[in-house]
Design a protein around this ligand. Structure first.
Ligand code: GTR
Length: 433
C-alpha cells in the first residue's frame, strides 16, 4: 500500500513540475554535452546543387552554387537583408591626433540612419596608428556594452544605446555609465593591435538593433518596412542581419578614410557578434578576412551535430536573432537543407579564421572545427589550402593556411592568445596585398 508520505511528496513534486514543464519549450530539454552521445548525421554536400549537379570549377561556384547557398541562408536562417537604400548622414563628432599618449589618432563619427533626426544612430570609433607611412589595414568588430567599454580612454563617447543590464560592468538600468569605461579592454587589446600597424574600428551592436525581442520596433528594421508593414516577413532579417548590415555600413565609411586601406579590412566578432561577423563576411565580399571567435551555434558550429546549443534552444532564448522561418528547424536539425560549413564556404577564397575555447562546450569546439573543415572544398576550387589537417588540433596549436583554426584553454571569451593568432594570420595574408 502507498503510505501518505510517499504519495504526498510525489503529488507536490508533480504539482510544481507540471506547470513548469508545460510552459518550457521541448527544445530546452535536449542539450547534449557528451561526445559519446553525438548521433550520426549527414551534412548536405557543399558543392552539389539542388538540381543534383556538382560545382567543379570556380565558375560553377560563382555562377550558381554560391548564389544558391546564399539564398538558402537568407530565406531560411538569417533572413534577407532589404535591398532598399536608406538615407545615412555622416558626421565627425570628435578627432584627436594625439590620443593614447600620442600613439594614435582617435576619430569618432556618427552615422544618422534614416530621415528622422531622432532615429537610430550608429557611433563609430576609429583608432589609427600614428606611425604609419601608408594606408593601414584594419580590424573591424562590433562591441558589447558600448564603444567606451573597449578602452579606458576618457574621451570615448559613452554609448547612448540600450545595453544589456550588467551592474558589474557599469551598465545600470540598461544605460552605460562612466564606470563602464574599459570594462572590455582585455577583449580588444587596442594598443597591441595599433602597435602591429592596424587600425582598430568598432561600434556597438545595440546601435543597429538593441539585443532583446521587441518585435523589431526600436532598431533599424522599421526604416526598411514597406508601407503598412509592422514586422519583418518570415524570410526577412532578424537582429544578426541588422548587426551585419551595420558592419557593411562601417566599411562604407572606411572606404572614405584616406588613412585606411579598405581592401585590407578584417571583420571579427565574439560569440553572437562572431555570428554577425560571419554573416557580414558571407554577404559582403569587400571584407578581406573574416574571424569567428567562439561563435558557436548559428556561427561556425555545425547544427546537425547534436552537441551544445541547439537550433531550438537558440530560437527560444533569442527569438529575435534569426528570421522566423528558421524556427521550423527547432528540434529538427536533420531537416535543414544546409549547415554552417556552407556559411563559412561563402567566405572563400578570402582568409577565414575560426577559434574555439576548450571549456566553451556550449559553442561546441569540435563542431566549429568541423564547420571549418567542411568548408574546404570551396577553397580547393580556388586552389587555396584550408586547415591542412583532418584532425582537431590540441590546445594552443594553431593550424591552417587560408582557413585558420585554434582551440585555446579556458572559457568563452576573447583573450590575448586569440589576438596573437589573429594578428599573425592577418599579417601573413595582408602583407602580400
Ligand atoms: C549565449 C548564446 C550563444 C552565444 C552567447 C554570447 O547565451 O546561447 O549562442 O551567442 O550567448 O553571445 O555570448
Amino acid at each position: 500500500m502507498i503510505s501518505k508520505w510517499t504519495f504526498f511528496p510525489g503529488l507536490i513534486f508533480l504539482a510544481l513540475w507540471l506547470p513548469a514543464a508545460a510552459t518550457r519549450p521541448a527544445a530546452q530539454n535536449a542539450v547534449n554535452q557528451e561526445e559519446s552521445k553525438v548521433k550520426p548525421y549527414t551534412l548536405p554536400d557543399l558543392l552539389t546543387g539542388g538540381n543534383g549537379k556538382k560545382a567543379l570549377t570556380v565558375q560553377d561556384w560563382e555562377k550558381w552554387r554560391r548564389p544558391e547557398i546564399l539564398r538558402m541562408l537568407e530565406s531560411e536562417m538569417y533572413g534577407r537583408t532589404p535591398k532598399k537604400r536608406i538615407e545615412i548622414r555622416r558626421q565627425v563628432i570628435e578627432e584627436d591626433t594625439k590620443a593614447l599618449g600620442g600613439k594614435a589618432t582617435r576619430k569618432q563619427l556618427a552615422l544618422f540612419l534614416g530621415e528622422k533626426l531622432n532615429g537610430p544612430r550608429l557611433d563609430v570609433l576609429i583608432y589609427l596608428p600614428n606611425q604609419a607611412a601608408r594606408p593601414v589595414p584594419a580590424f573591424l568588430g562590433l562591441n558589447f556594452n558600448g564603444n567606451q567599454a573597449v578602452h579606458s580612454d576618457p574621451a570615448i563617447l559613452i554609448s547612448r544605446s540600450w545595453q544589456r543590464e550588467n551592474r558589474d560592468n557599469g551598465i545600470i538600468d540598461h544605460r552605460a555609465t562612466e564606470s563602464s569605461r574599459g570594462v572590455d579592454a582585455s577583449r580588444w587589446m587596442v594598443e597591441k593591435v595599433l602597435a602591429r600597424g592596424y587600425a582598430v574600428v568598432t561600434a556597438c551592436y545595440n546601435d543597429m538593433d538593441p539585443d532583446f525581442d521587441d518585435g523589431f520596433q526600436n532598431g533599424i528594421q522599421p526604416l526598411f518596412y514597406r508601407p503598412g508593414q509592422k514586422t519583418p516577413a518570415a524570410d526577412e532579417w532578424g537582429a544578426i542581419g541588422a548587426w551585419a548590415w551595420g558592419l557593411s555600413r562601417i566599411l562604407d565609411v572606411l572606404e572614405k578614410e584616406k588613412a585606411i586601406d579598405a581592401r585590407r579590412v578584417a571583420v571579427h566578432g565574439h560569440s553572437r557578434l562572431g555570428k554577425a561577423a560571419l554573416w557580414a563576411g558571407a554577404q559582403d565580399r569587400r571584407f578581406a578576412l573574416v574571424i569567428s571567435n567562439d561563435s558557436g551555434c548559428g556561427g561556425a558550429a555545425l547544427s546537425k551535430r547534436n552537441f551544445g546549443e541547439t537550433v531550438g534552444r537558440i530560437n527560444t532564448s533569442f527569438p529575435h536573432w534569426f528570421c522566423t522561418s528558421f524556427r521550423k528547424y527547432n528540434d529538427r536539425e536533420e531537416a535543414l537543407p544546409f549547415d554552417q560549413h556552407m556559411l563559412l564556404a561563402l567566405i572563400a577564397p578570402r582568409p577565414l579564421y575560426v577559434a574555439s575555447a576548450e571549456e566553451d562546450l556550449w559553442a561546441d569546439p569540435l563542431g566549429e572545427f568541423l564547420g571549418a573543415k567542411n568548408a574546404e572544398p570551396a577553397y580547393a576550387l580556388f586552389s587555396k589550402a584550408g586547415l591542412g589537417t583532418d584532425r582537431m588540433p590540441p590546445v594552443h596549436q594553431p593550424v591552417g593556411d587560408f582557413i585558420g583554426y585554434h582551440i585555446r584553454a579556458g572559457k568563452h571569451n576573447i583573450t590575448e592568445y586569440d589576438w596573437e593568432q589573429y594578428l599573425k594570420f592577418a599579417d601573413r595574408h595582408f602583407q602580400s596585398k
